[in-house]
Design a protein around this ligand. Structure first.
Ligand code: RTP
Ligand code: MG
Length: 147
C-alpha cells in the first residue's frame, strides 16, 4: 500500500489546525500509520528541503520549519501521494483553491500550513528522514473494506 509523508508546519500547529488537517485525511479514507509532534533539527530541515538549496527562499524556509513544533505524519492508502497533494492545494497562495487545506486556511506562500511528499521517491526519503521503521504501525482498518 502506498505511503506518504505529511507534516503540519509550525504555523499550522500554532493556529490549532492539527485536528482540522488530520480530519480531512481521515475523512478521505486514508489510514494514519505514524505521527509525532517534534521540533526539526537544522540538519533534518536541510535534508528535507535539499532540492531547494540555493533558491531565494531557502534560508527563510529552513528557519521557518525549525522555528517551532511540527506535526509529522505517515499516511497510507491508494494513490495517497497524489491525492493528498490535491487535498493540500497549490503552493502559490493565489492558485490554492477553496476546498483545499491551503485554499481554505493559508494566506502566504511561505507559511502554507502543510507539507506533502511529491513523488514515491520523495515519500520514501522523507519518511526515512523523520521516522524509524518501528514507529510505523501496520494495522487492519475495517473501513478500508468500504472505500
Ligand atoms: P512542500 O514541499 O512544503 O509540501 O510545498 P510544495 O511542494 O507545494 O512546494 P515546494 O515548491 O516544494 O516549496 C517548498 C516550500 O517552500 C516555500 N516556498 N516559498 N517564497 C516562495 O516563492 C516560495 N516558494 C516555495 C513554501 O513553504 C513551500 O511549501
Ligand atoms: Mg515540495
Amino acid at each position: 500500500m502506498e505511503k506518504t509523508f505529511l507534516m503540519v508546519k509550525p504555523d499550522g500547529v500554532q493556529r490549532g489546525l492539527i485536528g482540522e488537517i488530520v480530519k480531512r485525511f481521515e475523512q478521505k479514507g486514508f489510514q494514519l500509520v505514524a505521527s509525532k509532534l517534534m521540533v526539526i533539527s537544522k540538519e533534518q530541515a536541510e535534508a528535507h528541503y535539499a532540492e531547494h538549496n540555493g533558491k531565494s527562499f531557502y534560508d527563510e524556509l529552513v528557519q521557518f520549519i525549525t522555528s517551532g513544533p511540527v506535526f509529522a505524519m505517515v499516511w497510507q492508502g491508494d494513490q495517497v501521494i497524489t491525492l493528498s497533494r490535491i487535498l493540500v492545494g497549490k503552493t502559490n497562495t493565489l492558485d490554492a483553491l477553496p476546498g483545499t487545506i491551503r485554499g481554505d486556511f493559508a494566506l502566504h506562500t511561505g507559511m502554507n500550513l502543510i507539507h506533502g511528499s511529491d513523488s514515491p521517491e520523495s515519500a520514501e526519503r522523507e519518511i526515512g528522514n523523520f521516522f524509524k521503521p518501528e514507529e510505523i504501525i501496520e494495522y487492519k482498518q475495517t473501513i478500508q473494506d468500504w472505500i
